[in-house]
Design a protein around this ligand. Structure first.
Ligand code: TXA
Ligand code: MG
Length: 324
């Protein structure tokens, strides 16, 4: 056990796993080993904790995260399983396979973790420490690889500490990861598609499915054909979005930040106190709520370009882009 400023590293014994589960319950950030790479975990249902997770990683944008669950039954509470999903889960879970599935309408995972999408990436890790943590916590844990954005994924606790020292609460140290590359990601939203090659070979998946996996086609997103997160069609509100709006106009709904001007149209505030972490946690749910309220145009007040503001502005710019 070593004392690091703000970040504790604990050998992954049962006391450490209890401490880690308690930290997650309090909205903390906990790095833990999986069989693939170390993940940076947060309570999947806690929007502000997830916003702090993106901030700790220094993510320039809110890529959707993988929900880690203890078993297939827990996965079925969050995602809709068709026959192919049942087959792959039975064959490969626990293990290094992530399935992208339609999310259930009552899926408890926070909208921010899913980047507002109607699909969810989910996996059951096989690492004993990951499983013990998920069992002790008792709910889904979202975990991207525990590195700063743009760095390689960490395969031991020292890598995590180098990247995230002082930015997260706890690291569960259980030595190096066996697999060393991230999980294989397969989308089952239409034709089964390999979104990211990884720790489970493609051939093994194809053998269980009985046919080849499709490859993501560049037509999904010409800008970033091979980045899985970018393949997901981003959540786009039905309403027309106007950014950096100092004043809302008649007929618009207002998505406010900080002190909102007096306005008699529908208004939702991302963070009345101007807090970017709170604003990130509310972003996708507020956009959806304005859509649901029937808004045809949304004026968005300026959001500062600092901290999580960059990611918020990135998503808002996509939301404002002309629809295909
Ligand atoms: O092995 C792993 O998968 C590790 C360990 C910690 O579990 N996690 C990991 O997470 O690699 P991350 O966040 O570094 O990569 C997850 C990838 C991202 O490229 C993200 O865009 C994609 O999964 N993803 C998540 N949800 C998605 C969705 N609904 N549709 C398409 N891609 C999705
Ligand atoms: Mg990563």
């Amino acid at each position: 056990m070593t004392a690091e400023p703000g970040t504790r590293t604990l050998k992954a014994d049962s006391a450490a796993i209890s401490a880690a589960a308690a930290a997650l319950r309090q909205g903390g950030l906990v790095a833990f080993p999986t069989e693939t790479v170390y993940g940076l975990g947060a309570d999947a249902c806690d929007g502000p904790a997830i916003a702090r997770l993106y901030a700790a990683k220094g993510r320039p944008a809110f890529n959707p995260l993988i929900a880690h669950v203890v078993d297939a039954a827990a996965a079925a509470a969050a995602a809709v399983f068709g026959p192919d999903a049942e087959k792959l889960a039975a064959a490969f879970w626990p293990g290094p396979l992530t399935l992208v599935l339609p999310k259930r309408p009552d899926c408890p995972v926070a909208a921010l973790a899913l980047a507002g999408l109607d699909s969810i990436a989910i996996r059951v890790p096989s690492h004993p420490t990951a499983r013990a943590l998920l069992a002790a916590f008792g709910g889904p844990v979202v975990a991207p690889s525990a590195n700063r954005s743009g760095h390689v994924s960490p395969t031991d606790a020292a890598h995590v500490l180098t990247d995230l020292r002082g930015r997260i609460d706890l690291i569960l140290d259980d030595g190096p990861c066996d697999v060393g590359v991230e999980s294989t990601i397969v989308a089952l939203l239409g034709e089964p598609t390999l979104l990211r090659p990884g720790g489970l070979p493609r051939e093994e998946i194809e053998r269980v499915l009985g046919h080849a996996l499709a490859s993501p086609s560049a037509s999904h997103d010409e800008d970033a054909p091979l980045a899985p997160g970018m393949l997901a069609s981003h959540y786009a509100p039905k309403a027309k979005v106007r950014l950096d709006a100092a004043e809302p106009r008649a007929g618009e709904a207002l998505l406010a930040f900080g002190n909102a001007p007096a306005f008699d149209g529908t208004t939702l505030n991302l963070s009345p106190r101007g807090d970017l972490i709170e604003a990130a946690a509310n972003l996708f749910s507020h956009l959806r709520a304005l859509d649901a309220a029937g808004a045809t145009a949304i004026a968005v007040m300026p959001i500062p370009h600092e901290g999580l503001g960059d990611a918020i502005n990135d998503r808002l710019a996509r939301a404002a882009a002309p629809k295909p």
